[in-house]
Design a protein around this ligand. Structure first.
Ligand SMILES: Cc1cc2nc3c(=O)[nH]c(=O)nc-3n(C[C@H](O)[C@H](O)[C@H](O)COP(=O)(O)O)c2cc1C
Length: 246
């Protein structure tokens, strides 16, 4: 089972990353083939609206033609059985790298003829969201919005599960920052009591994986596309992209 783990926090070792690393340990303990990627170590943009992925007779299913450091990540997700991603909440939404990823991942998989998925396989997605907000606020203000935000993941044809991680510790020493709106005592108490349990939960979430047949079929299909010797038929798309970049 191929599992891609994507850290959508710019901080490589904080709440989101720690949860994802536990999920990674869990997935590996269950025998998954896991790759961990820090999204913010990559240089990439959101969708450039080149619409190459909608070109008649040319566009391959699920292929984003814009080339940057996200390209191999997108390819890996389409070949995976499972995506485990995480992001912090910034201003009520997952941090912007996640939006850029969703645009580049989902748009090439969405038919503009009937809004169905052109993906023939299945990738299940588990999403961790770290935030300052307490759970009650998440339920009231964010939960519904997150369902909508991650709706583009439906083009992956798998289940989508969202795990909120609330009231996180944002810095180690609050006294060094202008952050009087937060009680360090409260934040540390929650962190000490709850975060270890959440890490255990993340491990279990990571471990709960079973291979699925559809994805194996899709992998075979994708490999046969990658081996297509008739690469010339894509050349005018490449030229259009080059012109856009100039
Ligand atoms: C620019 C910015 C905006 C933020 N906005 C929110 C917010 O709207 N709601 C919230 O609950 N937390 C917000 N936070 C707090 C982070 O979501 C929280 O600290 C989270 O744990 C960060 O994840 P990390 O520890 O993995 O980096 C914000 C943090 C930053 C830096």
């Amino acid at each position: 089972m191929k599992t891609i783990i994507l850290n959508g926090s710019p901080r490589r070792n904080w709440n989101t990353a720690q949860l994802l690393k536990e999920a990674q340990r869990g997935a590996e303990s269950a025998g998954a083939d896991v790759e961990y990627i820090d999204l913010y170590s990559l240089n990439f943009n959101g969708c450039r609206s080149c619409l190459a992925c909608k070109r008649k007779g040319i566009a391959e299913p699920c292929k984003c033609y814009w080339k940057d450091e996200l390209t191999p990540v997108l390819e890996k997700i389409w070949l995976a059985d499972r995506l485990i991603a995480g992001a912090p909440i910034y201003y009520g939404e997952p941090a912007s790298g996640m939006r850029a990823l969703l645009e580049r991942l989902a748009f090439p998989a969405m038919s503009y003829n009937d809004y169905s998925s052109v993906f023939k396989g299945r990738v299940d997605a588990d999403i961790f969201l770290a935030m300052n907000a307490p759970m009650q606020y998440y339920r009231q203000a964010y939960e519904g919005r997150m369902q909508e935000y991650f709706a583009p993941l439906r083009f992956l044809n798998g289940q989508v599960r969202i795990f909120p991680v609330c009231d996180t510790l944002q810095v180690r020493d609050y006294s060094k920052y202008d952050m009087a709106g937060f009680s360090e005592e409260h934040k540390k108490a929650v962190h000490d009591a709850e975060f270890p349990k959440l890490l255990e939960q993340a491990f279990r979430i990571g471990a709960a994986c079973e291979p699925n047949r559809e994805t194996l079929m899709a992998m075979n299909e994708a490999e046969s596309i990658a081996g297509d010797p008739d690469a010339r038929r894509y050349s005018d798309v490449e030229e259009a992209l080059k012109a856009l970049k100039e």
